[in-house]
Design a binder for this molecule. Structure first.
Ligand SMILES: NC(=O)c1ccc[n+]([C@@H]2O[C@H](COP(=O)([O-])OP(=O)(O)OC[C@H]3O[C@@H](n4cnc5c(N)ncnc54)[C@H](OP(=O)(O)O)[C@@H]3O)[C@@H](O)[C@H]2O)c1
Length: 480
């Protein structure tokens, strides 16, 4: 679901095709629970003057819907999750009718439409209420008339007294099912790194409680945790794990430099395999769900378009380390969530990734050197952060390839990049032997993410858009 934020309570769908999953709903709920007015709205219609307004709305018991009526409009809604009483009033504020509503499975009334100008309000009777509302647009403020006998929301004392009075008057129904909405907590191991940093920011932006670790890079608020010497419980308070919500421990820490793993196989194996597995076991023993980031280097790159069931064929020490963890998890913990990635890129010239490297080379007048025959599926780091949270919230287990479904020859992508930047660059191809690598790289490293896309409906940002965003973030001087 692609959206943009109109204000902290309102998201607007950014595409003509709007699809919503239960994970999107969970995320709306998480945001509502952290809002001042404890509400959230996703507008599926594009603009205030659209003829039909369709919204997914989240309210909580603290939400005050001041009784109001609409002139010349109808309003309908059906409940997605939770329970509420719709209250219909006469012109003087006397309750005329109470409509006890719940989702389809609750056995209550799940759909309601009012077409006359009747004063109405909602009393939410579950932790969270999610409903789909349809009304005719455009939205004209004067066509909604607020009841003069009901307090304005700016007066919290009067609002509280008013709601209590209504609750006393309406008939209490015996069942008030708990909503299925559950929050989650995230611990990002390696939150100073490229992917970890974005994942921590994404989790927090969605309103989840999230903390992160770093081993050497100083960054405010991160917990120091070195996989070589530290155990999880020595660094992260066990109270973080003692909670009803699921806790996900996303391991984005590694020494992922292919040649460093070749040069120092023992030290890197301690970090990347032995102590990573120890940390995952420690997390699981605390009741948390470990999530591991693996890589397409588990393949030799002769064939490409690898799936989750293709056999491992690593050609580097780094690849063997990743393959070892994948194999261990498959045989010992098939319920752990493993995310296998191809090359991750960003759109921020201030961060270190492939596009900034190419850009700096061109600034320095150097050629853009690309490995011959490298075919890959570069993927935006923001998409990976989203995919990790999405996968956790959907309780995915086992191994998933997570990658953009576009794939490019490396030199071809470089050409497209400099076309979009409007800069000349000399792009040259060299084979692996000429590049002076210590260890081997897979050439056809692109992976097939259809299993993940099928499970989540995730859309990946096209590379053209990522490169345009990169260009947009360069200053005018830098573009010279
Ligand atoms: N980026 C990609 O293109 C890509 C592609 C495929 C797979 N992956 C996988 O995704 C994961 C994250 O990649 P990334 O690009 O975000 O890596 P990165 O930018 O190099 O970040 C690595 C993180 O690991 C931490 N770390 C390093 N050594 C550690 C140690 N001994 N103990 C604890 N933490 C340590 C670093 O902390 P300090 O900053 O404090 O050192 C940093 O937070 C890795 O597992 C990588 O293999 C990445």
């Amino acid at each position: 679901m692609n959206t943009y934020e109109q204000n902290p309570e309102v998201l607007i769908a950014a595409e003509p095709l709007v699809t919503v999953t239960s994970v999107d709903v969970d995320q709306l709920c998480a945001r509502a629970l952290h809002n001042v007015r404890r509400r959230m709205r996703l507008c599926a219609h594009p603009a205030i003057d659209s003829k039909v307004h369709e919204m997914l709305i989240v309210h909580t018991p603290e939400t005050y819907v001041r009784p109001h009526k609409h002139i010349g409009k109808s309003e309908s809604f059906h409940i997605v999750a939770g329970t509420a009483d719709v209250i219909l009033f006469d012109e003087n504020g006397a309750i005329q009718q109470v409509v006890p509503m719940g989702d389809y499975a609750s056995g209550r009334i799940f759909y309601y439409r009012v077409s006359g100008p009747l004063y109405h309000s909602l009393v939410i009777t579950s932790d969270v209420l999610v409903f789909h509302e349809v009304t005719n647009g455009p939205f004209v403020r004067t066509e909604s008339v607020f009841a003069p006998w009901a307090p304005d929301e700016s007066d919290p004392v009067a609002v509280k007294a008013f709601l209590e009075d209504i609750k006393r008057k309406i008939i209490k129904r015996p069942f008030c099912q708990k909503s299925r909405i559950k929050l989650a907590k995230f611990l990002i191991i390696g939150a100073s790194g490229f992917i970890g940093r974005h994942t921590l920011a994404q989790a927090r932006a969605l309103g989840y409680e999230a903390i992160g670790t770093a081993s050497q890079s100083w960054s405010e608020g991160l917990i120091g945790l070195d996989l070589i010497r530290d155990r999880l419980t020595e660094k992260v308070p066990t109270s973080f794990f003692k909670t009803e919500e699921p806790v996900f421990v996303i391991i984005s820490a590694a020494n992922s430099k292919i040649d460093a793993c070749y040069r120092e196989p023992e030290v890197t194996r301690t970090i990347n395999v032995t102590n990573t597995l120890r940390l995952m076991e420690d997390a699981a023993a605390l009741g948390a769900h470990p999530v591991f980031l693996t890589s397409n280097v588990v393949f030799d790159g002769r064939v490409g378009y690898y799936t989750e069931t293709d056999p491992h064929s690593p050609i580097s020490e780094y690849g063997r380390q990743k393959a070892e963890i994948e194999a261990y998890c498959r045989s010992h913990h098939p319920d752990w969530f493993l995310v296998r990635l191809d090359k991750i890129v960003g759109d921020d010239p201030a961060e270190n990734h492939l596009f900034t490297e190419w850009y700096r080379w061109s600034q320095a007048g150097q050629p853009i050197v690309c490995m011959t025959n490298h075919i890959f599926s570069p993927t935006h780091v923001g998409d990976i952060a989203k995919a990790l949270i999405l996968g956790c919230m959907q309780r995915l287990t086992g191994l998933y390839n997570v990658a953009n479904n576009e794939y490019f020859a490396r030199d071809e992508l470089a050409r497209q990049f400099f076309n979009i930047l409007g800069r000349e660059a000399r792009i040259v191809c060299r084979n692996q032997a000429e590049l002076g690598f210590l260890d081997l790289r897979p050439e056809k490293s692109y992976i097939d993410a259809s299993k993940f896309i099928g499970a989540t409906g995730m859309h990946f940002t096209p590379m053209r858009q990522v490169m345009k965003q990169f260009r947009a973030k360069l200053s005018a001087d830098e573009l010279q």
